[in-house]
Ligand binder design. Structure first.
Ligand SMILES: C[S@@+](CC[C@H](N)C(=O)[O-])C[C@H]1O[C@@H](n2cnc3c(N)ncnc32)[C@H](O)[C@@H]1O
Length: 256
């Protein structure tokens, strides 16, 4: 955990000096950590840390999809959303764009592992943004952002979010429930955006079964090949008459 937090701090420090530096959006290692029980042990081994460092160098040449991010921010601007949530924040690049857009208005809720939300909250605070609400969870097998979404449900009878960006584990077992909870927490007329409709483990550069043993341990061959975010969107969102597509397979609006 300590090495993980230090690695995150190191990357953030490097990026302060090289603001244009971008990493593979899939965040090598982190999805492994996120998705798979048992991978944490490997993360702590020096070998894995070396792999991460090598990937960092390789990642320098890989560009982040800023066009997509810009479209998202433009959408939020046009739809006047002020209470935002990002479920799955990685290094906080999108979080920073959200915070810059809000510029102190409303709130930005961040969900991820505790060390990540703490790091990103610090990053945003150092930029002067104090309207950040962090919801960190542990790495325990059955813990996830869904627990913190549930806690918000306990304290709120009505929707609180104008917009939620779901970009977490990309698995049915996490994100089907995440959508059910987000739906409850979304205001009428609010928006939910899904990243990576077409993502699967097989084609992932970081968690494909040839390089990530935890994928083989954790998922069936069928699951490895399945676009699991698409399952959530196709089976839970599109079939729900209250939701209409704003951007097909990506942004959906809950009826007023
Ligand atoms: C694709 S990254 C998010 C990228 C980020 N939204 C961005 O645009 O830069 C997925 C994130 O989901 C988080 N995640 C996956 N499974 C999780 C879990 N069980 N609990 C908490 N966070 C999880 C990972 O830690 C990772 O930071």
């Amino acid at each position: 955990m300590m090495i993980f937090a230090l690695t995150t701090e190191l990357i953030l420090a490097i990026r302060r000096f090289f603001p244009n530096l971008t990493l593979n959006k899939e965040m090598p290692m982190q999805l492994c950590v996120a998705n798979h029980v048992g991978y944490r042990r490997r993360l702590h081994q020096p070998f894995r840390v070396k792999v991460y460092a090598r990937r960092l160098e390789v990642g320098v040449g890989i560009t982040y999809n800023n066009e997509g991010l810009m479209k998202t921010i433009e959408f939020i601007r046009q739809s006047h959303c002020q209470v935002l949530a990002e479920v799955g924040i990685a290094m906080g690049d999108t979080s920073e764009a959200f915070a810059r857009h809000l510029n102190g208005r409303g709130q930005l809720h961040l969900f991820d592992y505790s060390e990540k939300v703490n790091c990103v909250q610090k990053r945003l605070e150092s930029l002067g943004f104090t309207n950040i609400v962090s919801h960190g969870n542990s790495h325990r097998t059955y813990d996830s952002y869904n627990w913190n979404l549930m806690k918000l449900l306990q304290t709120h009878q009505q929707g609180i979010f104008d917009y939620v960006y779901l970009d977490g584990a990309h698995t049915w077992h996490h994100d089907a429930l995440a959508f059910v909870l987000i739906d409850q927490l979304l205001k009428n007329g609010g928006f939910v955006e899904f990243d990576d409709y077409n993502w699967n483990h097989r084609r992932s550069s970081t968690v494909n079964p040839t390089i990530c043993p935890a994928t083989v341990e954790g998922f069936t061959e069928e699951q490895i090949d399945t676009h699991q975010v698409a399952l959530v969107v196709d089976l839970l969102v599109k079939r729900d008459g209250r939701y209409k597509a704003i951007v097909k397979n990506r942004i959906y609006q809950k009826a007023d």
